[in-house]
Design a protein around this ligand. Structure first.
Ligand code: ADP
Length: 716
């Protein structure tokens, strides 16, 4: 009897405790759900300022008459049943996210369901998916730092029926949406953040050029989608000499170069030159930190205008590498007919630069509600035009996918170093994902060229318009909304913690990550349909195409070794002792390469890189310097092999040695092989005109001359 009484008492206590827990959770949520947090658009993100007088360039405006345009206004279904954006008969272009008649648009409004009220489609009488779907706790998103992506983000969250926290939340959120960097909110210890540490730094023009260049040294043919570039001021002499030689050899050559300030964006500070002597100098004789790049003289034109493509790419995870590409992108058009560069037209920015931020100030800029006309169009409408001329758009699309994957592969090694510095393994921290903006130019022969990658692509879906002289207002931009809301919403869908959990479970369930992800993607698509959401507008490209691209992940393996020897968490530089330990553990020193030589190599390379990275406060050997040392050691050891084979052979030696010493060999990528595809074999291992190679060859000579004196050094 007393036993029974005890049991009942415990049960009652348990029920009470669980009820209290639920109530506390609910109270915490309530606390954050102030009326402001649930209103679709708060005053600070209203688009229109239609009655505001006078010119104000403030980015956040509220309506003068106090009426706030509701987000729902922006997703009004078109009464004619046509896509509100396109207003034209639809055509599907395979491989893009083009909207199909009667299907769902990439931004999520259902075109065939013209009247939707209260979650019900009146025509079909079908319940909105959210009511059909299993009820579960809504995903929570901290949007307090979303900045200019706020409007598109709120629309996306609304479509997903998730919960937003505009002022942040005392308890943890599932997802944190930052407008600028990983550090916008400090001290996040769980959940997921939409920025990677170090992404901004990696995508500055100089660092991107360096990362791609390292890959060009190993895989010149695979990475020829990036124009030849020189880093200023350090390579000014090299640039001058190479151009002089080029012109001396062929006096008919009239190359043009584009100079881009390192930290510039939106076309700021960019100019064209035809001779190194035309480089602008700042204070005294200093040349600003910049990249000078071969100018692509024959771009593909539409309506006689130069244009570029903005594609949105989601890096969903670094380990394992997961990359998605948005099936729809934007094409930004110049506003002055294109002519090949000549001395007279070099300064015509509306002819040569496709930046929206510049061209919008041209009198010729056309704001259009259609996605296939105007100065900003959808990428699919451009593909449609090309297809109608009989051009092979399938090839364009697959070349673009290859360019994206290869670029991400070039960025990953250094991103991993940044990642471990901010979120060391074992320390509680969030996981990261990020939407990147790839700017791509199509050449006349349809070959895509990478111009740059933006860490913070604009996610604005409104634009500023002069409604009467001197009076500006923010008005919705249908083309931007069409593309960007889909990208944000589907990024969120892919980052849904429930799906991530399912993904992890699938992965640990014995199947390979590639297979698991393919299965998961299919499930997601089906789930999307069940939710009345359109199928994902983000297409998985990695690990889907692992087999085709994994052989390129050589530098990542070098970064893996670098990370093992970094030692102290939070650092990104290798100290001299760690470098020695690396040499010792990998058994790289011998009678002809003493530890004294190792020290000299370390000092020499580290010092030079410190000169090239003047802003860095941390001392020691950075990853790029380590890669240079690794290449040097490989070249020394395997003199007769081409560079790529040298490096691969060295990797085998190092990874083999570390494995033997209890260091875990990096998990081999499933289809990783050192066998290079036939096309890659045919490529020359070096190009004579690569500035990087000239630098490294020069360096090798330097180290070799250092060698004899090093022998006399007894420091061991
Ligand atoms: P920003 O970050 O300032 O926009 P970009 O590298 O994107 O710098 O260059 C701005 C614009 O200049 C591009 O949108 C493109 O129109 C043009 N551009 C850039 N690089 C080249 C190039 N190598 N050849 C031809 N045009 C280029």
């Amino acid at each position: 009897m007393s036993d029974h009484f005890e049991k009942v008492k415990i049960q009652l206590q348990q029920i009470k405790a669980s009820r209290e827990a639920v109530e506390t959770e609910a109270a915490a949520e309530e606390e954050q759900l102030s009326p402001a947090s649930v209103s679709p658009v708060t005053a600070d993100v209203s688009f229109a300022d239609r009655k505001s007088g006078g010119r104000s360039r403030s980015k956040t405006r509220s309506k003068a008459d106090g009426q706030t345009q509701q987000v729902s206004d922006l997703i009004k279904p078109d009464p004619l049943g046509l896509c509100r954006v396109c207003n034209e008969p639809d055509l599907q272009i395979i491989g893009t996210g083009r909207i199909l008649r009667g299907n769902t648009a990439t931004n999520g409004h259902v075109e065939s369901c013209q009247t939707q009220r209260d979650g019900k489609c009146e025509r079909h009488g079908k319940e909105d998916g959210s009511k059909v779907a299993k009820k579960r706790r809504p995903v929570t998103v901290d949007i307090s730092k979303a900045k200019t992506s706020l409007v598109a983000l709120k629309l996306s969250i609304r479509q997903l029926k998730w919960k937003e926290f505009p002022m942040g939340r005392r308890t943890a959120c599932d997802i944190y949406w930052h407008g600028v960097s990983f550090h916008d909110n400090e001290n996040i210890v769980s959940g997921q953040v939409n920025k990677f540490p170090g992404m901004i730094e990696m995508l500055r023009k100089i660092n991107l050029s360096r990362a791609v260049r390292t890959m060009q040294e190993l895989f010149p043919e695979e990475y020829n989608f990036y124009p030849r570039s020189w880093i200023l001021p350090e390579e000014y002499q090299l640039f001058s000499t190479q151009i002089r030689l080029l012109k001396d050899n062929d006096s008919t050559l009239k190359p043009t170069f584009i100079v881009k300030p390192d930290s510039g964006s939106q076309g700021d500070g960019i100019y064209l030159i035809r001779d190194p002597a035309d480089l602008r100098v700042i204070s005294g004789s200093q040349i600003k930190q910049a990249v000078v790049q071969e100018y692509i003289q024959k771009p593909l034109l539409i309506d006689k205008l130069k244009f570029d493509i903005r594609l949105y790419v989601l890096v969903r995870s670094l380990e394992p590498l997961e990359v998605y590409i948005a099936k729809e992108g934007l094409s930004r058009f110049c506003t002055e007919p294109y002519q090949e560069p000549c001395q007279k037209n070099l300064s015509h920015v509306f002819m040569h630069l496709t930046n929206y931020s510049l061209n919008v100030h041209s009198g010729n800029f056309v704001h259009s509600d259609s996605c296939s006309t105007g100065s900003k169009r959808t990428f699919s409408s451009v593909l449609y035009r090309l297809a109608s001329k009989g051009l092979d758009i399938k090839k364009v699309w697959s070349d673009v996918i290859a360019l994206v994957i290869k670029t991400v592969i070039a960025l990953v090694p250094e991103l991993k170093v940044y990642y471990q510095a901010d979120i060391p393994p074992g320390k509680p921290g969030p996981s990261c994902f990020q939407i990147l903006g790839f700017d791509i130019l199509l050449m006349k022969n349809l070959k895509p060229v990478l111009l740059e990658v933006n860490a913070n692509p604009s996610m604005r879906i409104e634009h500023e318009q002069e409604v009467s002289p001197g009076v500006f207002e923010y008005v919705p931009s249908p083309v931007d909304e069409e593309v960007k809301v889909g990208v944000i919403r589907d990024t969120l869908r892919l980052m849904d913690p429930a799906r991530r959990k399912q993904h992890v479970m699938t992965n640990t369930g014995g199947s390979s990550s590639e297979e698991a992800i393919v299965v998961k993607a299919e499930t997601l698509d089906k789930e999307g349909l069940a939710d009345s959401l359109p199928s994902l507008c983000l297409k998985e490209v990695f690990p889907k195409y692992t087999k085709q691209f994994n052989y390129l992940r050589v530098v990542e393996r070098i970064a893996g070794i670098f990370l093992r020897f970094l030692g102290v968490k939070g650092t990104m530089r290798l100290g001299p002792t760690s470098f020695r330990t690396f040499i010792r553990n990998c058994k790289l020193s011998n009678s002809s390469f003493s530890m004294a030589s190792v020290d000299i190599l370390y000092i020499d390379i580290t010092r030079r890189w410190a000169g090239m990275l003047p802003e860095s406060r941390e001392a020691g050997m950075c990853l790029q310097a380590f890669i240079e040392a690794f290449f040097y050691l490989a070249a020394r050891r395997y003199k007769d092999l081409p560079l790529r084979e040298q490096v691969l052979s060295m990797l085998e030696v190092c990874e083999g040695s570390l494995e033997g010493q209890g260091h875990e060999k990096p998990r081999p990528h499933r289809s990783h092989t050192n066998t290079i595809p036939t096309s890659a074999h045919s490529s020359a291992p070096t190009t004579l005109n690569s500035p990087a190679l000239t630098r490294r060859h020069k360096d090798h000579r330097q180290h070799q001359t250092l060698q004899p004196s090093a022998k006399g050094n007894t420091d061991n």
